[in-house]
Design a protein around this ligand. Structure first.
Ligand SMILES: Cc1cc2nc3c(=O)[nH]c(=O)nc-3n(C[C@H](O)[C@H](O)[C@H](O)COP(=O)(O)O)c2cc1C
Length: 200
């Protein structure tokens, strides 16, 4: 099959691309507004983009043309955010925070989660998350109804056990991230792993 996303299949772009480009990691982004009220929401249009400097990117679509989601609005106001990563035990809670609550009402409280202070940014991290990346906004590109938020990672929190303290490698038994799969509600676990040496 072939699809013309610039033409007749334009409306299928989300279904096709979000269903095919899988699995995707999930950025569970916590921010604050000008009054310090906490907001949290998941975004699977997300990845680490480089390490020198360490950068991540995620893409909140606008609610309506020109009207950003609360996460993007808060980042525009404060220039800061935290990317929390999601493991199996947090899947349900993460999903609950995708609910559309009135601006200023905390999704964390709604999902029974705890906001813990960050080290370098005003936005809190999610205490229950196995990993949290404290970020400042480098730039936000506006491309049609997409905003691509690019952030520099300043500080990493990892739950005890996730990183080996000698090798600094991730202990895959202690870190079980989930991934976003097929539209509309598919996810994957990441238990079935294998290793492969790179060619010289
Ligand atoms: C697993 C998952 C992934 C999501 N990924 C995105 C995404 O990449 N971009 C986006 O705009 N919305 C995404 N959403 C929907 C947002 O989380 C949702 O619109 C949320 O209400 C936005 O919250 P905010 O207004 O507090 O920023 C996703 C939802 C879920 C459950």
């Amino acid at each position: 099959m072939e699809f013309d996303l610039a033409g007749e299949h334009r409306r299928l772009a989300y279904k096709l691309l979000a269903g095919l480009v899988t699995p995707r990691p999930i950025a569970w982004v916590s921010t604050v507004d000008r009054q310090g009220r906490v907001n949290a929401a998941p975004f699977s249009f997300f990845n680490v983009l480089g390490t020198d400097p360490p950068i991540v990117g995620f893409a909140p679509g606008d609610r309506e043309p020109g009207i950003p989601k609360d996460t993007a609005r808060n980042i525009r106001l404060t220039g800061e955010f935290v990317v929390n990563l999601v493991d199996e035990s947090l899947a349900e809670a993460m999903n609950q925070t995708a609910a559309e609550l009135p601006a200023g009402e905390s999704e964390l409280a709604f999902a029974g989660l705890t906001a813990a202070p960050s080290r370098t940014v005003a936005a809190p991290r999610i205490a229950e998350a196995p990993v949290a990346l404290e970020c400042t906004e480098w730039s936000t590109l506006e491309i049609g109804r997409n905003r691509l938020v690019i952030g520099v990672v300043h500080h990493i929190w990892a739950r005890e056990g996730v990183i080996d303290p000698v090798s600094f490698l991730v202990n895959s038994d202690a870190f079980r991230p989930i991934g976003r799969m097929q539209v509309p509600s598919g996810y994957c676990r990441t238990r079935d792993r294998f290793e492969m040496e790179r060619p010289d």
